[in-house]
Design a protein. Structure first.
Length: 396
């Protein structure tokens, strides 16, 4: 009688076969769609791959360089989606990571697979970058790499930020993008380093500043609606100082209150009259400072930020989410309120964003998701909470 479920060894063989069959096709599609070139990597496993995170396509893009199959760490919300979650699990069985929740089970699964001789890949930033700069990552990565007994492979993408800006959603622009191995560390090398030293090597290997590179060698990334949805990141007008007044259309962003406007160019830079910044990285830095100032000046009984018409859910790992309600979201200096739940910032264990504006919150062993049907900036909550309470995990 045939088994109902394949044995783990048989599943692994299926994953390897899928990888071997689909990889050449994916290399071609990625080149045609976004001008991506993956430099071949002749690395024998088992290994732990770490890479910077810039596009939705990153697992596929990184996989184009490697003949050996890898198991990627992926957000559990992808595996909950129907019907694609079950298909992705059947094809490659990613390692789930809950947004805003504990990473303990994820790390244990990674260790088990590496000890079995399988390859594992992770994007240690936990989230795609917003402004072209590689983000900080959790310090536990260095300890994981040292104790795994596997090789450590660092891999860096160049040109990915302008190919697929996070604030732009699923829109892809075609220019020049490439991915390649930076360095391979043997288990013996890793044993001779402390976790902090390993983290510093990873930080150096993955570090990328898209705008610094673009100033030296500007490249045009062609696409449609180049500026649309930029208000997911930029929400303060630099001329009048008002919040939530910037609106995007095609390649232009305009403040409906004071008339200030600018264009997003195919090179990724900004152009306009009296424009204080010619790039999103510097504008975002200024905006972060304004958010911190708003936090410092906030009264306990008045919200720092608020957004209406949001939907909240409690997320169950590997299961469906439970709706909590619809209403207003408010951030105070000591708490964050979402429909159906009030979370003291002192109890916040994690906060992160999925995609452009889905906000995940973790507290007291529970995870919550806040969604909106309108284009709006949710990054401000992450930035403010990280400033008000730096004991939680942010952006992972």
């Amino acid at each position: 009688m045939a088994q109902k479920h394949a044995a783990p060894a048989d599943e692994h063989k299926r994953h390897q076969l899928v990888w071997t069959v689909l990889r050449p096709l994916m290399r071609l599609i990625c080149w045609l769609r976004m001008g991506y070139r993956a430099l071949p990597a002749d690395v024998q496993g088992p290994f732990l791959l770490v890479a910077n995170h810039v596009t939705y396509w990153d697992p596929i893009l990184a996989g184009c360089s490697f003949g050996q199959q890898m198991y990627f760490v992926a957000s559990e919300h992808i595996l909950r989606s129907r019907p694609f979650g079950k298909l992705i699990t059947w094809l490659q069985d990613p390692i789930p990571r809950q947004k805003g929740g504990s990473a303990t089970s994820t790390v244990l699964t990674m260790m088990r697979r590496l000890k079995k001789g399988e390859n594992v890949a992770i994007f240690p930033e936990g989230n795609r970058c917003w402004d072209g700069l590689t983000r900080p990552f959790l310090p536990s990565i260095g300890k994981l790499a040292r104790t795994s007994g596997a090789k450590l492979v660092t891999y860096r993408f160049i040109g990915g930020y302008f190919t697929s800006p996070r604030w732009a959603g699923a829109d892809i622009r075609r220019g020049k993008m490439r991915g390649s191995v930076v360095r391979v560390y043997s288990p013996e090398e890793l044993k001779g380093m402390t976790p902090d030293e390993i983290n510093e090597h990873i930080r150096e290997d993955l570090s990328e500043d898209a705008y610094e590179r673009a100033r030296k060698n500007p490249i045009r990334f062609r696409g449609r609606r180049l500026a649309e949805h930029m208000e997911r990141l930029l929400f303060i007008c630099p001329r009048c100082g008002r919040m939530h007044t910037l609106q995007s259309q095609d390649d232009t962003v305009k403040c409906w209150k004071c008339g200030f406007s600018f264009r997003y160019l195919p090179t990724g830079f900004l152009a306009g009259k009296d424009l204080p910044y010619d790039n999103i990285r510097d504008w975002s830095r200024w905006q972060d400072g304004e958010i911190r100032r708003a936090c410092d000046e906030a009264a306990v009984d008045r919200p720092i930020f608020s957004d209406t018409d949001v939907y909240s859910h409690e997320v169950m790992t590997a299961r469906d989410s439970t709706p909590l309600g619809k209403g207003e979201m408010k951030l105070y200096p000591d708490r964050i309120e979402i429909p159906g739940v009030t979370i003291p910032l002192s109890e916040l264990s994690g906060i992160s964003l999925m995609g452009g504006q889905d906000l995940y919150l973790g507290a007291n062993g529970r995870s919550y998701l806040v969604r909106s049907s309108f284009t709006r900036c949710m990054v401000k909550y992450l930035t403010a909470c990280a400033y008000l309470n730096n004991n939680a995990d942010y952006g992972v």
